[in-house]
Design a protein around this ligand. Structure first.
Ligand code: AMP
Length: 393
């Protein structure tokens, strides 16, 4: 993908406005329980400091209602960031640009929650202009917020030259390698709970991929549409026609769909619930399908062997409860090994996928794991992301 990178920017003695994503999870005592997003932002901040730029950070946090509230203040983040950056971090709740004038190079200022301003989520140009007045260039480094057309994530680019930060650059290079310009044959694995949340995604993928594995709870809807018994499984029976249409489109587009050929049926949705491997038409009315069976896993591993690129979203079964994590773990481990051997490019992301890959111990072996939820899914859906569009040359 051709987009503006930091290497294209003149940074010396400039004030760089960086859009980061500091929307971190915290426990009831306010302790940050996962600092991945802070760590993701550090390389770009350090890069700009080293280049002699002043750094002004913009982020949303939580879901305030367009006005300040104490619960959603980003003030706590200044200390958390300073510790990790090993550098002083100033905090400012004021959008007065004059307050930032004459700061020495390499100073870091964290601005208060962008969603404290009513115009943020409406991408109000007046607010975007105020944000823009705080800097000389705009650096978009929050892929996880790139699917939103907000004042601080896309609107600012109307007023300032926009560049991708280093985290954004890594994200865009990897995801475009997996779907926009992949090395064929290209395979997808889409699992998760429901078809209804992934209709656009499946539709886009069948027109782009050579092979698509449909797994998890959503496979039940496809199996039901084909006339198989699914017992008490999670199944969206009203989407039967959608599933059939999707399979017809796949056939037209020469995309091979791989559905389970055997399943693990259990008596309850609970860890170690009584279960058995059975064929598609053997699921009893009081059983539910919670995982793909061993023959299905073999088919998926064969498909991975035959592919040069893999893109993965969603688990193949109820991976949070043993032993229904088996197919997800086996396929993820195998894909990870193929990656390590340089045989495949594998990119995964979106929601539960990151924890599924970590659970399988495969996350570090994949070519890239995107931690962006909605943005990764919208990109898989083939949608245009406003926070990416602004970076295109
Ligand atoms: P999603 O957020 O759509 O990717 O869905 C992830 C969720 O799907 C996980 O919490 C899994 O437990 C769930 N899931 C996967 N397979 C099944 C299944 N066969 N039955 C019920 N839930 C499932």
């Amino acid at each position: 993908m051709d987009f503006r990178r930091l290497e294209d920017a003149d940074l010396n003695n400039k004030t760089a406005l960086i859009r980061v994503d500091f929307n971190v999870p915290r426990d009831a005592s306010g302790k940050i329980t996962d600092d991945t997003r802070i760590n993701t932002a550090l390389p770009t901040i350090r890069h700009l400091q080293d280049a002699g730029a002043r750094v002004v950070l913009l982020s949303h946090f939580g879901r305030p209602k367009g006005e300040p509230d104490t619960e959603n203040s980003l003030r706590f983040m200044a200390d958390a960031l300073a510790k990790r950056l090993d550098s002083e971090v100033h905090f400012s709740a004021s959008l007065e640009a004059d307050a930032l004038k004459n700061l020495p190079p390499s100073t870091v200022v964290l601005m208060e929650n962008t969603r404290f301003h009513a115009g943020e989520t409406k991408s109000d140009p007046a607010l975007a202009k105020k944000f823009a007045a705080l800097g000389d260039i705009f650096v978009m480094d929050a892929f996880s917020a790139a699917h939103r057309d907000h004042a601080s994530s896309a609107g600012i680019a109307e007023f300032l030259p926009a560049y991708a930060g280093l985290a954004m650059e890594r994200e865009l290079d990897h995801i475009s390698q997996a779907l926009d310009h992949p090395k064929p044959p290209v395979m997808g694995i889409v699992g998760g709970a429901k078809v209804s949340t992934k209709i656009d995604l499946l539709q886009n993928l069948v027109s782009k991929l050579d092979t698509l594995v449909i797994g998890g709870g959503m496979a039940n809807t496809f199996l039901f549409a084909q006339g198989h018994s699914v017992g008490g499984s999670l199944c969206e029976k009203d989407l039967k026609d959608t599933a059939l249409q999707m399979m017809a489109t796949a056939k037209r587009e020469n995309c091979e769909i791989i559905l389970p050929v055997d399943v693990v049926a259990a008596e309850a949705f609970a860890a170690n619930a009584p279960h058995r491997v059975c064929g598609l038409n053997e699921v009893k009315s009081d059983e539910m399908i919670l995982d793909a069976g061993p023959d299905t896993v073999t088919k998926i591993l064969d498909a991975i062997d035959a592919s040069n690129t893999l893109i993965w979203n969603g688990p193949l079964g109820a991976f949070e409860i043993t032993p229904f994590d088996t197919s997800t773990v086996e396929c993820a481990k195998y894909a990870g090994e193929r990656c390590k051997d340089g045989k495949i490019i594998a990119v995964a992301g979106g929601g539960d996928t990151v924890s599924a890959m970590k659970h399988a111990g495969a996350a570090d072996d994949f070519t890239f794991i995107s931690t962006a939820g909605g943005a990764f899914l919208e990109w898989m859906e083939g949608k245009t992301l406003p926070g990416v569009e602004i970076l295109k040359k």
